[in-house]
Design a binder for this molecule. Structure first.
Ligand code: KE4
Length: 432
């Protein structure tokens, strides 16, 4: 067991108090460190690739507030843009130029998106796209994949990933059977099972929704041909293909996983990066489908703070920063160095491990693998992952507090940060 070297007195005090005020002391379950054990770190401030906790400890951050901080936390240009926007107010609840600007940037960037609707979270984006795909096809059933997470709306809480997987919840109580009776599930990377579901439910399936690169069952890449196969199957059975790019959007590539893999879905959900750290989600796609969304069409969806000027401002500036030449080459290079390094060190210190990275997203499983789907991921040594997480934390490296999450880099991470992380990892893995 790694000895505790950092002082977490204040984190412990604050977190103890929080547990009397909020369920589990958190605003989102995965933050409670349930699956890795130990004391959650209470943040005081973040900047670039770094976090400082309330005890003054500094960490290199590979969670990046779960994806949004791809430019590094509190980027000076984002902060400056927000200060300027603040002078004009915090919320309009009415059309603003800013929404046009971000909408145009998203439409220009993401191959599938001809029209877009902004909402306030990835969950809302997935809820909106679910209603829309059902309205457009006049079919009710959907196919999702085990271990994929599409937010916490009832219909998606079936063999979901992220916090549901982290807490080992079969599915959530409070979700009526009626809400999930139309949710079909298949193993990720298994085209045969998808074809079988289409055959068994002919003309009843509105569409297939997936994470084109999985981050919520740990990091799982699509096998060659998987995305292309889904594109063909959905065409063949008159169903829609929906990429949930809340996590992969503007991270796997500027145009998302759909640009990287050259497979264009009918609809796409976004979040995280496009808000630059403020609450934003979005769904978009083919004009003929999006034109059904109220008030242009009959499919209702609304939101008080949707298109919020501050969130739009942070998103616009973030995407502008991401457009700088060489950004994604840099992200690919440093993340590959990190992921390859971690696997090499695991091997040299005698731990069965597998994993990988695509652009600024990476993952590590303590299992010989390979990991092609959620079942494979669950075979990994999650207890060892917990000890690894704790050991890294004690030495100033903050990894996602669950085996069933992915890791995120930013262009604020330097070569030195990666080298430091690998040095710490060798120390920890040698004593696991
Ligand atoms: P939000 O409602 O949390 O903004 O987005 C839901 C969502 C939808 N789709 C994908 C692919 C996602 O990754 C997410 C949210 N991701 C998790 C991290 N695995 C958010 C972290 C949390 O739940 O605290």
């Amino acid at each position: 067991m790694v000895n505790t070297t950092i002082k977490t007195t204040k984190s412990q005090e604050v977190f103890a108090a929080a547990q009397n005020l909020m369920p589990g002391g958190v605003s989102s379950p995965v933050r409670a460190f349930k699956s890795v054990g130990g004391q959650p770190i209470v943040f005081d401030r973040v900047k670039g690739a770094y976090i400082w906790d309330v005890d003054g400890n500094q960490y290199i951050d590979y969670v990046g507030t779960w994806g949004p901080a791809i430019c590094g936390h509190a980027h000076p240009e984002v902060i400056a843009a927000l200060h300027e926007a603040l002078e004009k107010g915090t919320s309009f609840g009415a059309p603003s130029t800013l929404e046009n600007v971000l909408a145009e940037m998203v439409i220009d960037a993401v191959p599938s998106i001809e029209m877009v609707r902004f909402v306030n979270s990835g969950t809302e984006a997935c809820m909106g796209v679910l209603r829309l795909m059902r309205a457009f096809t006049k079919r009710d059933k959907i196919i999702k994949f085990e271990g994929c997470y599409h937010g916490h709306a009832d219909t998606f809480l079936v063999k979901a990933g992220s916090g549901v997987a982290t807490l080992g919840l079969p599915d959530s109580p409070g979700v009526p059977k009626a809400a999930t009776s139309t949710t079909l599930t298949a193993p990720y990377n298994d085209l045969e099972s998808v074809k079988a579901l289409f055959e068994e439910n002919r003309d009843e399936i509105a569409g297939v929704i997936l994470e084109p690169v999985v981050g919520n069952a740990g990091f799982i890449a699509p096998d060659a041909g998987f995305l292309e196969g889904l594109r063909e199957l959905t065409h063949e059975y008159g169903a829609l293909l929906v990429f949930d790019e809340v996590m992969t959007g503007f991270r796997i590539a500027y145009g998302g996983a759909q640009e990287k893999f050259g497979v264009t879905p009918d609809l796409t959900t976004l979040g995280k990066v496009i808000g630059g750290g403020l609450p934003v989600g979005a769904y978009g796609g083919r004009r003929d489908i999006m034109s059904m969304v109220a008030p242009a069409g009959p499919v209702y969806q609304a939101g008080t703070l949707s298109g919020n000027p501050l969130a739009m401002t942070a998103g616009i500036k973030t995407l502008e920063l991401l457009q700088k030449p060489g950004t994604y080459d840099y992200l690919e290079r440093i993340t590959k160095k990190l992921a390859d390094g971690l696997l090499q060190i695991a091997k040299e210190t005698g731990h069965a491990a597998c994993g990988g990275q695509i652009s600024a997203m990476f993952g590590l499983f303590f299992t010989s693998g390979p990991v092609h789907n959620y079942e494979d991921a669950k075979k990994s040594d999650t207890a060892k992952f917990g000890r690894f997480h704790r050991g890294m934390l004690e030495r100033g490296v903050y990894l996602a507090p669950s085996q069933f999450e992915a890791g995120f880099t930013s262009f604020a991470h330097t070569e030195e940060d990666i080298d430091q992380t690998l040095t710490v990892a060798r120390d920890v893995m040698s004593s696991l």
